[in-house]
Design a protein around this ligand. Structure first.
Ligand SMILES: C[S@@+](CC[C@H](N)C(=O)[O-])C[C@H]1O[C@@H](n2cnc3c(N)ncnc32)[C@H](O)[C@@H]1O
Length: 392
């Protein structure tokens, strides 16, 4: 396994530091580590809104600030993030495709050095990656596997128009009976295959004798929470102890409406939770199912009624809604500040999950490397597992 991050070392650090990153402040009226680190916790909670915002958007500043309060955190410096490759020379943003996707695709194809056999794109969407790969390697033929017929049709029309031989096939990658058999030695490409989809790829492609597998995973929270490799299963950290949402908690740009709605949702959920704890004399967090999007257009009282019905409790008519909403907003401020510490671990947890996928392929006879394939400004999910079969 070639990687700038050593799995064993990382596994040891994450296991030793689990008390810092495992408990989610959202789920604890009082986060366990506050008991022994009250002073450091108070310093976090006392951050002004402006100071909090600038630490939230500047990881290095947050690291410096937090290291002064929590000296253990200096150990994270043993895992510096490797440099990501630049955009390929001559890259120009196409007009027919979103700029960030075009940059991801260009960098991904740049990592595709001398492919073997047919090119097969896994969960291809409209097949942007397949299209670029075929342009770059015109001697190869290619197919894309995609569940949504409309995306297959759009991609096929586009590739036909450009005179490319690629073909998107309607297939459900979770149902192997819908998948074509590979010829052996083919090259499988997966850009941002969500949790269960990349977990399936790690099993399927080696069985098909794929010669080369390039995989950039994402949405770990949609997969099964289990180790994919024997190496990770033998490690100190159990895969199901990792909160996969934390590993994808990066700042994305250009979604201010979405993040406003998220902030509202957090305050409402915490406000309701404070009310429920008060009424039921229950200090444990009780999860809520995900709510229909229309709920966030309504008001806090209606949301609480819905949540209470889910928990099988009834709320008193005279409930002081503004009071409980302000409790929720106050708790949100506290949760956000305490989360600054936990967020320092999110990239290392992502490395752990991606290295696990890499080892799963290495254990099936592949030479594997894991490294960033593009600058994180194009996608925070920028880790690439590149696996070549040892013996064709
Ligand atoms: C995050 S998108 C990535 C698309 C493309 N690789 C890209 O980077 O633009 C995931 C794609 O997987 C497809 N998908 C989801 N479940 C699938 C399944 N079971 N079988 C095949 N495709 C699936 C979705 O329709 C979607 O196009």
């Amino acid at each position: 396994m070639h990687s700038a991050v050593d799995f064993d070392d990382l596994d040891r650090l994450l296991a030793a530091h689990r008390h810092w990153w495992q408990p989610a402040p959202f789920r604890h009226a009082e986060i366990p580590w506050l008991q022994n680190h009250g002073r450091a916790g108070q310093a976090l909670l006392a951050l002004s809104d402006d100071d909090y915002q600038s630490l939230r958007t500047d990881d290095s500043a947050a690291r410096r600030f937090l290291c002064a309060l929590f000296p253990d955190l200096r150990e994270l410096d043993r895992f510096p993030e490797p440099d990501a490759p630049e955009l390929p020379a001559g890259f120009t943003e196409p007009t027919h495709m979103a700029g960030r996707k075009a940059a991801q695709v260009a960098c991904f194809c740049n990592a595709l050095d001398s492919p073997t056999g047919h090119l097969v794109e896994w969960c291809a969407g409209q097949g942007w990656l397949l299209e670029q790969a075929l342009k770059q390697f015109p001697a190869h033929t290619g197919i894309g596997l995609e569940r949504t017929l409309r995306l297959c049709q759009q991609g096929n029309a586009r590739m036909r128009k450009r005179g490319l031989s690629g073909l998107l096939l309607e297939a459900d990658v979770m149902d192997e009976s819908t998948l074509p058999a590979l010829d052996g030695n083919d090259t499988v490409l997966a850009l941002h295959a969500c949790g269960h989809l990349h977990q399936q790829l790690v099993q399927w492609a080696p069985h098909q004798q794929a010669g080369h597998i390039l995989l950039s995973p994402c949405c770990y929270h949609l997969g099964e929470r289990r180790a994919l490799s024997r190496t990770a299963a033998r490690g100190r950290l159990a895969a199901d102890s990792i909160d996969p949402h934390l590993a994808v908690q990066d700042l994305t740009t250009g979604h201010s409406n979405r993040s406003k709605r998220q902030e509202k949702a957090v305050a409402w959920r915490l406000g309701y939770d404070s009310l429920r704890q008060h009424l039921c004399a229950d200090t444990l967090y009780r999860p809520l199912r995900s709510m229909p999007g229309s709920v966030w257009q309504g008001d806090f009282a209606d949301f609480c009624q819905l949540a209470a019905a889910h928990h099988g409790i009834s709320l008193p008519q005279e409930t002081d809604w503004p009071y409980w909403l302000s409790r929720g907003e106050k708790r949100r401020g506290e949760v956000r500040r305490l989360e600054l510490l936990r967020r320092q671990y999110r990239r290392l947890l992502e490395w752990w999950l991606v290295l696990d996928a890499g080892y799963a392929l290495a254990e099936q006879g592949y030479q594997v490397s894991v490294a960033p394939f593009c600058d994180p400004q194009y996608t925070p999910r920028n880790l690439l597992v590149s696996a070549r079969r040892d013996r064709p």
